[in-house]
Design a binder for this molecule. Structure first.
Ligand code: NAD
Ligand code: GLY
Length: 370
C-alpha cells in the first residue's frame, strides 16, 4: 500500500500532508520540515508511552525539550499553555525552533497555539494520532485553548509546516474515539463529495473493522476535501465555504453544552447533529426521507449515537443554538443539505419549524426510554 502525499495550497504557506502506514519510522518526512533550530515535542501521558520514542529516537540531540502534558480536554487551557511557554523559555528555544505536536486534537490545538504565539510565532508540525486529528483538526491551521467561558475561545490561525498522519497509530485508539472520528469522515461525503459517501457506504464493514487500506483511503479522501475547502477559505470568511465544515456542529455544540461536555464525545455530538440537520433538511423538502434513514443506519453501524440524549428538551437546544458563532443578527444559521453531497449555510427557515423538528427528536428519545 503506497503512502499518499497531498498539499494544502496556501501560496507561500502551502504544506504537505503525508498519509500512510509506518510513517513514524520514516524520520526524513519530519526532518525536512524542521529547519536548523531546536526541536520541541509536545505530547500527552497516554500517547507518550505508545509513540514518543519512535518519533524522538531518530532525532537524537536535536530534541531540546519533550513536554508531556496531562491527557484530557480539561487540560487544553491557559494554565497548561503558560507552563509550556515557561518550558520553552527555560530550554532557551529561539524563533528558529519547531514544535512537533504528537497526539490527538487537544495536543494539536494547544501546541499550534503555542507555536502561533511564542516569540510572535514559530514553526510547528502536526503528527496526529487520532482519527479525528488525522481527518480534521491537524489540517487547516485552527489553533486554540479553551476559556472557562467557552471552548476554543482563545486561538489563532497558524498553519503547520507539515502534517504526518501514520495510520498505524489508529490501531491503539479506543473504539469510542475511533467512532467519533468516523462522524467527521462521514461529514465530508455529505457536504461535498457524494462519490466518497457512496464509497463509505459500500465499505462500511471494512471501515468499522479498521481495515488498513480503508483507513488510508478515509484519511486521504477526508484530507483532500478539507485541504480544498481551506485553500478556498482559509479564515472562514463571511460567505466562504469553510463554514460548511460545521455541518451538524450547531446542533452538536448545543448538545455538548446541554450535557456539560461529559456525556458525549465531540464526534458523537456531531453524529446526532448531522442526523438532526438531515431531518430538518428533509422537513424543508430538500432531502428524501429514505436518505435520512440510510444515514442514521450508517452512523449507528459505526457505533455512533443518532438520537438526542434523554432529558434534553427542544426549547433548551434551540436556545443554546442561538449562541452559535454562525448566528447573525440573532438569527440561527444552519448548514443544511440541499441534496446528498451539497451543503448550504441557510437562515431561510422558520424557527418554529426547527423547534418542531427538535421536539420530535426529543419525543423519539422519551418514547425509547419509556
Ligand atoms: P483527544 O486529543 O483528546 O484524543 C482522544 C483520546 O485519545 C485522548 O485520551 C488521547 O490521549 C488518546 N489518544 C490519542 N492518540 C491515541 C492513539 N493513537 N492510541 C490511543 N489513544 C490515543 O481528542 P481528539 O478527538 O483527537 O480531538 C478533540 C480536540 O480537537 C478538541 O479539543 C477539539 O476542539 C479539537 N478540534 C480542533 C479542530 C481544528 O480544526 N483545530 C477541529 C476539530 C476538533
Ligand atoms: N473543523 C472545522 C474547521 O477546521 O474549519
Amino acid at each position: 500500500m503506497q503512502p499518499a502525499s497531498l498539499d494544502v495550497q496556501l501560496g507561500s504557506r502551502s504544506y504537505p500532508i503525508y498519509i500512510g502506514r509506518g510513517l513514524l519510522a520514516e524520520p526524513e518526512l519530519l526532518t525536512r520540515h524542521l529547519g536548523n533550530g531546536k526541536v520541541v515535542i509536545v505530547t500527552n501521558t497516554t500517547v507518550a508511552p505508545l509513540y514518543l520514542e519512535k518519533l524522538r529516537q531518530p532525532l537524537g540531540d536535536r530534541v531540546a525539550l519533550v513536554k508531556v502534558i496531562p491527557d484530557g480536554e480539561e487540560h487544553k487551557n491557559i494554565a497548561v499553555l503558560s507552563d509550556l511557554y515557561d518550558a520553552l523559555l527555560e530550554a532557551r528555544c529561539e524563533r528558529s525552533c519547531t514544535l512537533v505536536a504528537l497526539g490527538g486534537g487537544v495536543i494539536g490545538d494547544i501546541t499550534g497555539f503555542a507555536a502561533a504565539t511564542y516569540q510572535r510565532g514559530v514553526s510547528f508540525v502536526q503528527v496526529p494520532t487520532t482519527l479525528l486529528a488525522q481527518v480534521d483538526s491537524s489540517v487547516g491551521g485552527k489553533t486554540a485553548v479553551n476559556h472557562p467561558r467557552g471552548k476554543n475561545m482563545i486561538g489563532a490561525f497558524h498553519q503547520p509546516r507539515a502534517v504526518i498522519a501514520d495510520t498505524d497509530t489508529l490501531s491503539t485508539l479506543p473504539a469510542r474515539e475511533f467512532s467519533a472520528g468516523l462522524a467527521e469522515v462521514v461529514k465530508y461525503g455529505l457536504i461535498g463529495d457524494a462519490p466518497f459517501h457512496e464509497w463509505i457506504v459500500r465499505h462500511a464493514a471494512d471501515i468499522a473493522g479498521r481495515d488498513a487500506g480503508c483507513l488510508m483511503e478515509i484519511v486521504r479522501r477526508s484530507c483532500l476535501n478539507k485541504a480544498r475547502v481551506v485553500a478556498a477559505d482559509e479564515r472562514e470568511e463571511e460567505g466562504g465555504s469553510r463554514a460548511l465544515l460545521n455541518f451538524g456542529h450547531t446542533f452538536g455544540h448545543a448538545l455538548e453544552t446541554a450535557t456539560g461536555y461529559r456525556q458525549l464525545l465531540h464526534g458523537e455530538a456531531v453524529a446526532i447533529g448531522m442526523v438532526l440537520a438531515a431531518r430538518f433538511s428533509s422537513a424543508l423538502g430538500w432531502l428524501p426521507g429514505a436518505e435520512v434513514a440510510a444515514l442514521e443506519r450508517l452512523l449507528a453501524g459505526f457505533g455512533l449515537p443518532v438520537e438526542i440524549p434523554a432529558g434534553i428538551e427542544g426549547p433548551r437546544l434551540l436556545s443554546l443554538m442561538r449562541g452559535d458563532k454562525k448566528s447573525s443578527a440573532g438569527r440561527i444559521r444552519l448548514v443544511l443539505l440541499r441534496r446528498l453531497g451539497e451543503a448550504v449555510l441557510s437562515a431561510d427557515f422558520r424557527e418554529e419549524n426547527l423547534l418542531a423538528c427538535l421536539q420530535d427528536a426529543s419525543r423519539v428519545t422519551e418514547a425509547g426510554a419509556a
